[in-house]
Ligand binder design. Structure first.
Ligand SMILES: NC(=O)C1=CN([C@@H]2O[C@H](COP(=O)(O)OP(=O)(O)OC[C@H]3O[C@@H](n4cnc5c(N)ncnc54)[C@H](O)[C@@H]3O)[C@@H](O)[C@H]2O)C=CC1
Ligand SMILES: [Mg+2]
Length: 337
């Protein structure tokens, strides 16, 4: 059961639970005493060598089990770990129910033993991302990205000396050079290109069989997102985009930690001939509204690890799915005008 944590004194003054929560989490990054108190009653997402622990619900969906940090502490001690492992917990945020959230990688413990004690399975993130349907997916992504960042930034790139993390896990410092390292993300542009009637989707050979997605690409140093977008579409499918409009953004844990900025763009209906760069994409094609509508209805495309037959789309919590869904709404709205 979740035990909601009382956020001290801020709510009355600020008058908004959201403001209180944001300020409280910000304070936890620098107030080590408050962080230790929050950890006592926190909610913990567990990972094993960066694979999240998931549990199957009675309805057949998957979610991370609700684990209270004190219960996790008892389990870890039962499995022979000392208190230092809990100190590796990383602050994730605070839920709308005022529950402070942490994550912890227990990769040094026996995987099956933790699974048995906690009731769940550690599932690789790639697979987990097709199983998670609830609002926990972004939190799992954030936990995985932060844990990986700490694992790969334990030495200063200037001095080669070990870096030290702060208790919240929001930064690392090289005591020798004084350099402070903060978690990083790579900016990526993702764009759904339309010719007015159809939308353009592509697939990389590494995608699960049958999955197509919106075009995406990393920003080069010095580029604006508009420049990245035009360059990526030109490089990957040989088209020039005309109008560009921003939609939304998301953090994405693949390949490591990306900041995805999502756009819609149009091409002239007279210049739609696709020329695919096969070093980047296996295929790219135009899809009609009918094809997209039926692909959006494919449920559990990777059920039991086997891809669904035919053509299907990234999961609901992927920004690609959001852009595609948005496009179908616009197309339907246009056809009723
Ligand atoms: N959330 C979503 O809905 C979607 C997310 N994506 C993500 O977008 C990312 C970018 O898409 P791609 O088409 O693969 O990019 P891309 O078209 O830029 O090609 C990838 C290549 O870019 C180079 N590259 C340049 N900067 C890089 C960096 N910071 N990190 C890694 N590689 C870098 C590498 O050579 C890499 O092989 C993918 O990693 C994928 O996970 C892609 C589609 C949907
Ligand atoms: Mg690409």
């Amino acid at each position: 059961m979740l035990r909601p944590l009382k956020i001290p004194h801020l709510s009355a003054r600020c008058g908004s639970n959201f403001v209180s929560r944001m300020r409280y989490v910000n304070r936890l990054k620098v107030d080590d005493e408050a962080l230790a108190a929050a950890l006592e009653n926190g909610h913990m997402l567990l990972f094993h060598r960066l694979s999240p622990l998931l549990q199957r619900t009675p309805q057949g969906s998957f979610r991370p089990p609700t684990l209270i940090t004190t219960d996790v502490q008892s389990i870890l001690e039962k499995l022979g770990s000392d208190r230092t492992l809990m100190k590796k917990s990383i602050l994730l945020g605070c839920s709308e129910q005022n529950q402070v959230q942490f994550c912890l990688d227990v990769g040094e413990l026996h995987q099956a033993a933790v699974e048995e004690e906690c009731g769940g399975k550690f599932i690789s993130l790639k697979k987990a991302f097709f199983l998670l349907t609830g609002p926990e997916a972004p939190l799992v992504a954030k936990g995985r990205a932060l844990l990986r960042w700490h694992q790969t930034n334990s030495f200063c790139s200037a001095t080669g000396e070990p870096t030290q993390r702060n208790p919240a896990g929001s930064q690392r410092v090289c005591n020798s050079s004084g350099i402070v390292y903060y978690p990083t993300m790579s900016p990526v542009v993702i764009v759904l290109v339309s010719d007015g009637k159809r939308c353009l989707l592509g697939r990389q050979s590494s995608f699960p069989q049958g999955m197509y997605s919106a075009l995406a690409g990393f920003c080069d140093m010095g580029e604006t997102v508009e420049e990245t977008l035009s360059r990526e579409v030109a490089e990957e499918v040989g088209l020039e985009v005309l109008n560009v409009s921003y939609s939304s953004s998301q953090h994405w844990p693949f390949p490591h930690s990306s900041f995805m900025m999502g756009f819609h763009a149009s091409v002239s209906p007279t210049y739609t001939q696709v020329s695919v760069d096969h070093t980047e994409l296996e295929d790219a094609r135009w899809f009609s509204l009918e094809e997209i509508t039926s692909a959006l209805q494919v449920k559990a495309p990777l059920s039991r690890g086997k891809p669904a037959a035919g053509f299907w789309l990234p999961p609901k919590h992927a920004i690609a799915n959001h852009l595609i869904t948005e496009w179908t709404h616009r197309q339907r709205a246009q056809s009723t005008i």
